[in-house]
Design a protein around this ligand. Structure first.
Ligand code: SF4
Ligand code: ZN
Length: 330
């Protein structure tokens, strides 16, 4: 059977997003072109920009780096891409995946900069944070620390724009999770291609927001990209897993579910939070913050005081520093 796009080569795969039967070269081209279109429609880059690619060694950020290199050359973006990786200090996971990122740096000719929790957060790594707080709220600590770590890494390189490998599946799950939590504020901004928050001078964007995970995996597989596929040792993400299963079930009866969810959320007319946030400096670390003390310092303080464990033991639902964070609003 001939490819439905070029009508020339043999069709070797069925494209997950459209069910078209196409050849490998046409798949590469449509996959890359859709990302190019996302980039140009939203004017993500301009000539002369230096942009950091948040790199974990996983399939999403590896495909992102590879496609950005291809597009930069094909369309002459004139952008310099740099890999920015975070070492959370997770033995048996991050140490191995960082080796992949180091190889990617050579393969794609992109400089690599690594920031570590250990250096930034008074010697705390995820391994000893989990020792202290257990496996329940570890991702909250990790998320807050990673966000600031990426920011600080970008700033050290004088870069004000980070692109991340969030894909369409991630985004659809996030939309559903925000609906299920009733979190209208986050629902309103979770499909934004570019985010810019008060407590950061760094913009973040998601060029893969319309790319299906299945297609990212196919692309990485056919192009034989060098990526790391092991999951984090501390990954619970039970809620996200449930949202994911729900979407997979919906997809069996409606193949456009993922894009439909994203498009619905994009067109919701939501009242954005009107709370006026002022950019200030954290009293403790001096870093930019929307509160007197930044979120990382709130958590750090609790870790140092050994508070988190005590509070978690007595109130397993949520520890004091996490309640404080809820109030601080992300
Ligand atoms: Fe951090 Fe949780 Fe992700 Fe592991 S799964 S890297 S602990 S946020
Ligand atoms: Zn073809």
């Amino acid at each position: 059977m001939k490819c439905e796009i070029c009508k020339n080569d043999k069709a070797t795969l069925k494209r997950p997003k459209t069910n078209e039967k196409i050849c490998k070269n046409c798949f590469y081209f449509v996959f890359e072109s859709e990302i190019h279109q996302t980039i140009t429609t939203n004017e993500l880059f301009k000539r002369g920009d230096v942009v950091a690619v948040g790199a974990s060694g996983g399939k999403d950020s590896t495909v992102l780096a590879s496609v950005l290199k291809t597009l930069n050359e094909r369309y002459g973006y004139g952008v310099e891409f740099v890999l920015l990786a975070v070492d959370e200090g997770i033995r048996g996971y991050r140490d191995d995946s960082l080796e992949t990122v180091k190889r990617n740096s050579v393969q794609y000719g992109m400089k690599l900069h690594i920031v570590s929790y250990h250096e930034l957060y008074e010697g705390w790594s995820m391994d000893n944070i989990v020792n202290q707080v257990g496996m329940k709220n570890n991702c909250t600590y990790c998320g807050v620390f990673r966000r600031q770590a990426l920011d600080r890494g970008a700033q050290a390189l004088a870069i004000d724009h980070i692109v991340t490998g969030h894909n369409a599946d991630d985004m659809a799950e996030t939309v559903l999770m925000n609906i299920l939590r009733g979190d209208i504020a986050r629902l309103g901004r979770c499909t934004d291609i570019m985010t810019h928050s008060v407590d950061s001078v760094v913009r973040r964007s998601k060029p893969l927001k319309y790319a299906y995970e299945k297609e990212i995996v196919l692309y990485a597989h056919y192009k034989a990209l060098d990526y790391f596929s092991t999951e984090c040792t501390y990954s619970p993400e039970a809620f996200r897993g449930t949202a994911r299963t729900l979407i997979k079930n919906l997809e069996t009866v409606r193949s456009s579910t993922i894009i439909d969810i994203i498009h619905s959320a994009e067109t919701f007319s939501l009242s954005r939070s009107s709370r006026h946030q002022v950019q200030q400096k954290c009293e403790k670390c001096g870093y930019i913050s929307s509160n007197k003390v930044c979120k990382a310092c709130v958590l750090l303080e609790s870790l140092n005081a050994g508070l988190a464990k005590v509070k978690l033991d007595s109130a397993p639902s949520m520890s004091t520093p996490l309640r404080v964070l809820e109030r601080l609003s992300f």
